[in-house]
Ligand binder design. Structure first.
Ligand code: NAD
Length: 317
């Protein structure tokens, strides 16, 4: 019987909104010791004692190379990036981080024949921000490295991601996470998008599952080497608010659109993911109702746990 060789994985940007959950899922699937989490930020509490951690600045090709060779890495998941809204405050830094990080990873992966996962975004569909332009260019760079060097690099265009474990890092769809924290904290939510702004979104569980599915697919089935569109659900701030209010009747919202409104309006409202469905059987599991229900339950549990921890720390329990 052939022995199954497990990949040795390096996750870059593991302290971020996706990084924490993807690292935990990869560790569950491939074994903790086979998944090295890394970031320039400190190790998040949720990852502590769950597997190896390294501080790596992906902009240093030397640091990256040292770690890859030392640990015998065979797969890289590159998540470090500056997102859409933050990118607009410092376009030069956003471009340098988003493109140089990808270039460094593609180069080392070409030299050492590694497999790469790199996420794009719905922002690449109509690039109107430096973030969208970097994702659009990055998609072509991935396609180029595959065509020219045969590099096995794979990509997904994530919609706006909704999660409870880690807060989002400066995107235009962050409202869809912030609103839950306001509801749980019993505060009026000041929404930075207009009530009727329709955008594609996805629950983190689906985003992580899609990533694992794509990376599990045999090479010959991958027909898209730029980036696969994947859909979860589309909703407006008003629709999301009404679903939350059904559980939290005193919850209120005010709409104060800011510069992020213009970014949101340049993005698609829905996503056609027929290729992902055909090539690797993609199908989302979560919809608006099930996602809202789960978010509220999980955030409530989290709040209760935080309270217990605080009481334990001051010796009241
Ligand atoms: P995030 O901002 O939460 O996390 C990014 C992480 O990268 C942070 O922990 C940060 O410390 C780290 N980082 C920054 N510079 C670094 C460097 N030089 N070296 C090493 N690490 C560095 O982002 P996220 O939401 O987890 O997004 C991950 C990826 O998914 C990004 O490429 C993003 O564009 C893409 N994406 C995210 C969403 C979303 O809704 N969150 C949607 C579409 C695409």
């Amino acid at each position: 019987m052939p022995t199954l060789t497990l990949p040795k994985i390096l996750v870059i940007g593991a302290a971020g909104q996706i990084g924490v959950e993807l690292t935990l899922a990869l560790r569950a699937k491939y074994g903790a010791e086979n998944v090295i989490a890394s970031d320039i930020s400190a190790e998040p509490e949720l990852l502590k004692s769950t597997g190896p951690w390294e501080t790596i600045d992906v902009l240093s090709a030397m640091q990256l190379q040292r770690q890859v060779i030392r640990a015998g890495v065979t797969q890289i998941y590159l998540l470090a990036a500056m997102l859409s809204a933050r990118g607009e405050t410092d376009p030069r830094t956003a471009w340098d981080l988003n493109m140089d990080a990808l270039m460094n990873v593609l180069e080392i992966s070409r030299e050492l024949h590694l497999q790469v996962f790199w996420p794009s975004s719905i922002a690449a569909a109509s690039p109107s921000t430096i973030y969208g332009i970097s994702k659009f260019s990055g998609e072509y760079l991935c396609q180029y490295y595959h065509a020219k060097f045969g590099l096995d690099v794979r990509s997904l265009r994530y919609p706006g991601l909704i999660s409870y474990k880690t807060k989002p890092g400066g995107g235009t769809t962050d409202y869809a996470v912030d609103i839950f924290h306001a509801a749980i904290d019993k505060k009026v939510y000041e929404c930075f998008l207009k009530a009727d702004t329709l955008l594609p979104m996805m629950y983190m569980n689906d985003a992580v599952r899609a990533t694992l599915m794509l990376m599990d697919t045999t090479e010959e089935k991958i027909t898209n080497r730029r980036s696969y569109d994947i859909s979860g659900m589309s909703f407006t701030p008003k629709e999301l608010f009404e679903k939350i209010k059904a559980f939290c009747p005193s919850f209120e919202i005010v709409y104060e659109p800011d510069h992020r409104q213009k970014i949101a309006e340049s993005w698609p409202e829905t996503v056609d993911d027929v290729l992902a469905r055909t090539d690797w059987n993609w199908k989302p599991s979560w919809n608006l109702c099930t996602m809202v229900n789960d978010m509220l339950v999980k955030l409530d549990e989290q709040q209760m746990q935080n309270r217990i921890q605080k009481l334990e720390m001051i010796g009241e329990l």
